[in-house]
Design a protein around this ligand. Structure first.
Ligand SMILES: *Cc1c(COP(=O)(O)O)cnc(C)c1O
Length: 371
């Protein structure tokens, strides 16, 4: 029995006919930039998230970057303002901040849910704070009602990093509809993945949506008239067409991921493995199923020896990366401990029940061999 971490080929094979038909439609259309493929996906995704507007971007990092840049041109942010980010996130969250000449302020997550909390965010607020970027890490929403109350008290903008949380919802409200804006990635391995790079921003703020769209199009709203010093970061029609097909399957895939997660949660019972805690099963979309163990190397080797592929998300926190040497002095004990303990088990909507059982068995029988 072999269990790959994520079988992208199998995932996309399920929609092969529709994907090829959509591809053919784009090829034959003669429109390869900013076509109706893009606007129809944007509309469908805004509706899916419960947001008024969706603006496509080239990728998730750009979706974050464009939003911060738009707040700057709209006069809501300026160079040197502070942006609160989780210490334990994928580096793109932080890259968007520093690329915009803003200053990241790292906060610790809750060690059980892996998510930032209002308490840790509150401690990080200073006179210079202007934005909070809650990352809905691994597929579960940060406590948005409480975070928004705090943000309002301090007049802070909230940009959800929803790259791992398409379809996750809290109190019936989805990721992408909570903050002043939300950035999504459609990187192929995300729960809603394109067949290449793609991203989008959702928001209810028309002015923001317009500024983002212009900034991603050389700062232009009208051809050859340039309002801003923008960039080129647009959603490709071909990827929009692929995403339109894949969006119709997203809810079913979330259910498949939940079924697997539920089995892991109820059937993995190895005292050396701690399962995700503080989980809201109604909310979590299980982009990743992340366990903790003090014996990670041995557990990961044991799983690999038994043909179960695992990964670590992420083995090195942004403030410990060479790219951010200026933050290496920071002490974020929870984040730093997590990076040594966490391990992501395979969770993929195309996994068979037998494969899920195999992962569970190998985890449960690792007791003798790993200790
Ligand atoms: C994937 C990801 C991004 C970046 O998205 P890309 O499309 O790869 O640029 C940003 N933030 C988080 C939390 C992610 O997981």
């Amino acid at each position: 029995m072999k269990v790959p971490f994520l079988n992208l080929k199998a995932i996309n094979q399920r929609d092969e006919t529709e994907l090829l038909a959509a591809c053919e439609r784009v090829v034959k259309s003669g429109w390869y930039i900013q076509s109706s493929e893009v606007s129809s996906f944007e509309q469908a995704f805004a509706e899916f998230c419960g947001a008024d507007y969706c603006v496509g971007a080239a990728n998730g990092l750009d979706a974050l970057r464009l939003t911060l840049a738009a707040w700057k041109v709209l006069g809501l942010l300026k160079n040197g303002d502070e942006v609160i980010v989780p210490g334990n996130t994928f580096i793109a969250t932080v890259l968007a901040v520093t690329d915009s000449n803003l200053v990241p302020v790292f906060v610790e997550p809750d060690p059980d849910s892996y998510l930032i909390t209002v308490a840790t965010v509150q401690e990080a607020i200073t006179e210079k704070s202007r934005v909070i970027i809650p990352v809905h890490l691994y597929g579960q929403l940060v406590d948005m009602p409480a975070l928004l109350t705090l943000a309002k008290q301090h007049n802070l903008l909230v940009l959800e990093d929803a790259a791992q949380a398409h379809g996750a919802s809290l109190k019936g409200k989805k990721a992408g509809s909570w903050g002043h804006a939300a950035a999504f990635s459609f990187y192929p391995g995300k729960n809603l993945g394109a067949l290449g790079d793609a991203g989008a921003v959702t928001t209810d703020d028309l002015k923001l949506a317009e500024a983002i769209r212009a900034l991603g199009n050389y700062g232009s709203e009208q051809k050859y008239i340039h309002k801003y010093q923008g960039f080129n970061s647009r959603l490709d029609p071909i990827q929009a067409a692929m995403l339109g097909v894949k969006l119709t399957r997203l809810n079913d895939d979330i259910q498949l991921r939940r079924t697997i997660a539920q089995r892991y949660l109820s059937e993995i019972n190895n005292p050396f493995i701690s399962l995700p805690k503080n989980i809201d099963p109604e909310c979590h979309v299980w982009h990743l199923f992340v366990i903790k163990t003090d014996h990670r190397t041995r557990l990961q080797t044991w799983l690999a020896d038994n043909k179960v592929e695992t990964l670590v998300h992420y083995p090195c926190a942004p403030h410990k990366q060479e790219a951010y040497a200026e933050y290496a002095y920071l002490s974020l004990p929870i984040t730093e401990q997590l990076q040594h303990q966490i391990l992501s088990l395979p969770i993929d909507p195309t996994m068979s029940e037998i494969q899920v059982s195999w992962v569970i068995d190998v985890c449960n029988h690792s007791l003798v061999s790993i200790i």
